[in-house]
Design a protein around this ligand. Structure first.
Ligand code: UDX
Length: 440
């Protein structure tokens, strides 16, 4: 890895989670990085060392390479110093499920004419976006090169994912820019996939849709396990050792959330539909995921009967551990459904409370797991935060009014929970309720 300053400088447009991790990563590889964002508060904060997102290792990486990171609301410094400009602006879903590309188009429109620069698309966009941007750039005589270089960063391990990618995908239709992007990533030693723009765009959507499908698949297996007495954790272990299947993304739970999977699955489905193809499988992936979030309610009702007036404690709110991101978190649906059923909901999350407060209403926030569970009729473990494994379950059982623990992530040890006096329910694992089936 070169740190002698001789590496290609880069611009990064958009300082959200993808943009900041990308910027910090290239700074760590030795590039001068010119970050641009239209949000003045965010840029001021970054200049003062305030990182707007909670991502393990990011603050430290930015601090270490601070002298190579430059922040501005103005495009000029990036254009003056860098010929490769990564675009990492938001592409949120619209009502129809299509991606909203207005921020991407705003970036394209803001570019001056130049045959020296390249736009490198990191934002997730529908297949065909690159082609239409290239057309717009040509029509406006802007002369920019265009590269699709999708990001595969996972929240919570984004820094590591940048530095140790499984692959780097570079889509371009000829010219100098693909080689320049490949040279930027070369020190990481990852397999590089050079391809055309449309295929690169599709690699991103298809990868996320496939992983989401894997999760909905194992969640359906879990639901069948509940009917048949099999244990989905054992089933996933047995399946995952098959090299063709692999062990990852086979954890049954309360459904996937986050900023990517729900959006990208909807976008791919919509993209297919817009071109006249009905992507049946993705409809099911989405539907299974929606139902999965709600199955917890039935588990609670099975033990508690009516939920009216019941005190339910949610442990964790973020869409997964190691992030404060609440986008599409299953806890949003769960807390709303619980309140709809008449329950009183209290919640504790070690880092996501501030984000959760913006999106959830009617929930009492606790400042510790112990405070959340005290006097509760039931607990639902929503997010697999490591600290929940450290809980003294006997103390938890003693502090509760009831004794039901629904483990929405199959995260805790069923034997230990039951030994502590809790009624333990999980996802796709043998249930504790008195079995109506007699052996014979
Ligand atoms: C995802 C992709 O993994 C990443 O490559 C992409 O660029 C951005 O989207 P992220 O959203 O950060 O990353 O989270 P990820 O770790 O992939 O988990 C997504 C959701 O699936 C979470 O809600 C998680 O809890 C859930 N999940 C994951 C499961 O329910 N079971 C699993 O086995 C794995």
């Amino acid at each position: 890895m070169s740190t002698d300053g001789s590496r290609e400088p880069v611009g990064v447009i958009g300082t959200g989670y993808v943009g900041l991790v990308t910027a910090a990563g290239f700074a760590a590889l030795g590039s001068e990085v010119y970050c641009v964002d239209i949000d003045e508060d965010k840029i001021r904060g970054l200049e003062e060392g305030r990182i707007p997102i909670w991502e393990p290792g990011l603050e430290e990486l930015i601090a270490v390479h601070r002298e190579r990171l430059h922040f501005s609301t103005d495009l000029a410094p990036a254009l003056a110093h860098a010929r490769v400009l990564f675009v990492a602006v938001g592409t949120p879903p619209t009502y129809s499920g299509d991606a909203d590309l207005s921020a991407v188009h705003a970036v394209v429109d803001a570019m001056p004419a130049s045959d020296r620069h390249a736009l490198v698309m990191k934002s997730t966009v529908p297949v065909g976006t690159g082609e239409s941007i290239e057309r717009a750039l040509a029509q406006q005589d802007k002369g920019f090169a265009y590269v699709s270089c999708p990001e595969f960063l996972k929240e919570g391990s984004a820094v590591q994912d940048f530095l140790e990618p499984d692959r780097v995908v570079i889509g371009e239709d000829g010219g100098w820019a693909g080689d320049a992007v490949e040279a930027l990533y070369a020190p990481l030693g990852a397999p590089i996939v050079r391809t055309d723009v449309k295929s690169a765009e599709m690699v991103k959507l298809a990868s996320n849709a496939f992983l989401a499908t894997k999760i909905s698949f194992i969640n359906e297996i879990a639901n069948v396990c509940e009917e048949t007495g099999a244990d989905v954790v054992e089933v996933a272990r047995g399946m995952g050792l098959d090299d063709r299947i692999g062990p990852k993304f086979l954890q049954a739970g309360i459904g996937f959330g986050g900023s990517c999977f729900p959006k990208d699955v909807a976008a791919l489905k919509q993209l297919a539909g817009n071109s006249g193809y009905h992507f049946q499988l993705l409809n099911s992936v989405i539907e299974v995921n929606e139902l999965q979030k709600r199955r917890v309610i039935a588990k609670l009702q099975k033990h508690l009967g009516s939920l009216v007036g019941k005190e339910i404690a949610l442990l964790g709110l973020a869409f997964k551990a190691n992030t404060d991101d609440m986008r599409e978190a299953s806890s949003l649906v769960l807390s709303a459904r619980l309140q709809g059923a008449g329950a009183r909901v209290r919640a504790y999350d070690p880092v996501a409370e501030a984000e959760a407060r913006k999106l959830i209403s009617g929930v009492a926030f606790a400042s510790s797991a112990a405070e959340a569970v005290a006097g509760a009729d039931a607990i639902v473990l929503v997010t697999e935060w490591p600290e929940f494994r450290e809980l003294d379950l006997a103390e938890v059982a003693a502090a509760m009014r009831g004794s039901l623990l629904v483990d929405g992530r199959n995260f805790l040890d069923p034997g230990a929970a039951r030994a502590a006096g809790l009624v333990y329910e999980a996802i796709g694992r043998p249930s504790q309720s008195p079995s109506p089936v007699s052996a014979g």
